[in-house]
Design a protein around this ligand. Structure first.
Ligand SMILES: Nc1ncnc2c1ncn2[C@@H]1O[C@H](COP(=O)(O)OP(=O)(O)OP(=O)(O)O)[C@@H](O)[C@H]1O
Length: 523
């Protein structure tokens, strides 16, 4: 990247930071529940949990609830549950998915009629698929069905999964309008991306949110950043007119079983809300970097929100994460990356770049070093979904060891066994850093996050890090011995050839020249 470009990006980042620093914090965010003060809890000791859910969790290897899961459980299950909307800011890999999935499934397990009662919205298809898997491990144990609306299959297939049609007698010709009132939801819980959700709201006969009781907005700050066809105001509008009688499934739970477990809800909320009706739609919003911007949060129309967060600082790296920086000589970053990957001996790693183009070029470049004996694949937002899913599957199974990724992979993705994250390009914001780094050191396990820097980037890097907790970062050295053999390859000019082969087989000289200069200045 050229110096002027870097300078202009830096200016933009500083302006953005100034804007963020001037935003006042909402009063309810100033007195949060500190999730760090809660300990893990064995499943057998979780109050009120349905034994079928305990068994399902144990069968999938989960024996205790993580602190954020217990904190959310305490605020959702039990007397007066869901009186307050919950805003959860908890580090990457701390188990936020199960934190909302478990209470939702428990709450809905007593329902007698099947309606679509809970909606979980996520920004990307890959994330939605992952979250659906978490619901799948527990929902069927209590007879609940979970649907997916992400555009993975054709809209017709999706509709047939989501809507139950009455049985028709053979040989009779029906007018579709005759039975439109009899269409019913086949699912109790829907996991959706905003675009496909809007398609169903606008076009699918029988798809209704009129019975919706719970809305989960996962990766909230990401979802609020874009309007996505106004999905949020639409959902809020469609659920505003619900009849109150549908909501309090919560009455099924009795206070005494909660015993000594303290809840903020029970000690605080009754003061202002005694005797008032429940909110129409109970909401949970979550992120590892939850926005504090009042104008964004106001879009959610939160009801007497309760803020759950970890520690004092707004941004946190997971406790077991080791942060390392590699200072690279000018124009030699690719060599340092290759040397670093060689030293990791095929450990599962994700390399992050700043753009889809860099991802593509860097992946091609790494594969050029055929002697690494590592299977390296590209993963980016412009790839076809089928290609991305195949790559992700291969990465999960370990067939691919290194993924070169644009920020499409940054948020939420949970791949077991990722030992290292490598920032090839410095993350522009602390939020990006947190989400990228958080692909490792998940669920209390260890992991390393390396950042490759030029000397002149170090000051800004330190400034970004200071915004987060657990931010100590040591220097990691790449040995000169490992770099030397790579230097001669780099100098040999074979790279130019490789770029020509990979990228531009049939274009003119001018474009080739431009391309080469671009390739070498940006990777
Ligand atoms: N109680 C538990 N016991 C053991 N493992 C768990 C438990 N809860 C969650 N996990 C595992 O922890 C990992 C991280 O969970 P999850 O993806 O929900 O984290 P997250 O907080 O949503 O992270 P991110 O902010 O990156 O999206 C997953 O692999 C999940 O299976």
């Amino acid at each position: 990247m050229k110096t002027e470009e870097r300078h202009s990006i830096r200016m933009k980042q500083e302006q953005e930071e100034k804007k963020n620093n001037n935003i006042p914090v909402l009063p309810w965010m100033r007195s949060p529940v500190d999730v760090d003060s809660i300990s893990k809890c064995l499943l057998d000791e979780v109050p009120l949990i349905d034994s079928k859910l305990t068994e399902a969790l144990q069968a999938s290897g989960i024996v205790s609830l993580f602190p954020v899961q217990l904190a959310v459980w305490q605020e959702t299950i039990g007397p007066g549950s869901f009186e307050r909307d919950l805003c959860i800011n908890s580090p990457t890999g701390s188990g936020k998915t199960l934190a909302y999935a478990l209470p939702l499934v428990q709450m809905l397990s007593t329902r007698s009629v099947k309606y679509l009662r809970a909606l979980v919205v996520l920004p990307t298809r890959d994330l939605a698929l992952q979250v659906k898997e978490v619901f799948n491990t527990i929902a069927s144990a209590v007879g609940l069905s979970v649907g997916l609306a992400v555009g993975q299959s054709s809209i017709a297939d999706e509709i047939s999964e989501l809507i139950k049609r009455p049985k028709l007698e053979a040989g009779i010709c029906y007018d579709p309008e005759d039975f439109s009132d009899e269409l019913q939801s086949s699912v109790d819980i829907l996991v959706a991306t905003p675009g496909r959700l809007m398609d169903h709201i606008n076009n699918t006969k029988g798809f209704t949110l009129e019975h919706l009781c719970y809305l989960v907005v996962d990766e909230t700050d990401r979802l609020l950043r874009e309007a996505y066809q106004s999905w949020l105001p639409t959902v809020l509008q469609l659920t505003r007119s619900n009849d109150g009688s549908l909501f309090p499934l919560t009455k099924n739970f009795l206070p005494m079983a909660f015993g000594s477990v303290k809840t903020m809800r029970r000690t605080g909320v009754e003061r202002g809300f005694k005797g008032k009706p429940y909110p129409r739609l109970a909401k949970m919003i979550l992120s590892a970097t939850l926005t504090q911007d009042p104008s964004k949060l106001s879009q959610l129309e939160l009801h007497h929100p309760l803020f759950l967060t970890s520690g004092q600082m707004r941004y946190q790296f997971p406790e077991q994460m080791q942060l390392l920086k590699v200072i690279c000589e000018p124009n030699c970053k690719p060599l340092y990356l290759v040397a670093l990957l060689q030293s990791l001996h095929g450990e599962k790693s994700i390399v992050f770049t700043s753009s889809v183009d860099s991802t593509h070029r860097l992946c091609a470049l790494l594969n050029f070093f055929g002697n690494m004996n590592i299977n390296i694949k590209e993963y980016s937002g412009v790839q076809h979904q089928a290609v991305r899913s195949k790559t992700l599957k291969a990465f999960r199974t370990g067939e691919v060891q290194v993924l070169v990724s644009s920020d499409a992979m940054t948020r939420g993705m949970d791949v077991e066994g990722v030992r290292n994250v490598i920032n090839y390009d410095t993350p522009p914001y602390i939020k990006t850093f947190i989400h990228r780094a958080g692909r490792t050191a998940r669920a209390g396990l260890g992991g390393r996050c390396f950042t490759l820097l030029h000397n002149d980037e170090d000051r800004r890097f330190k400034k970004i890090l200071r915004k987060a907790d657990n931010n100590s970062c040591s220097r990691h050295s790449v040995t000169p011995d490992s770099l030397e053999p790579l230097r001669s390859m780099y100098a040999s000019g074979k790279f130019s050839l490789m770029f020509l082969m990979f990228e531009i087989p049939k274009v003119g000289d001018v474009i080739i020249a431009n391309f080469l200069s671009l390739a070498f200045s940006t990777i």
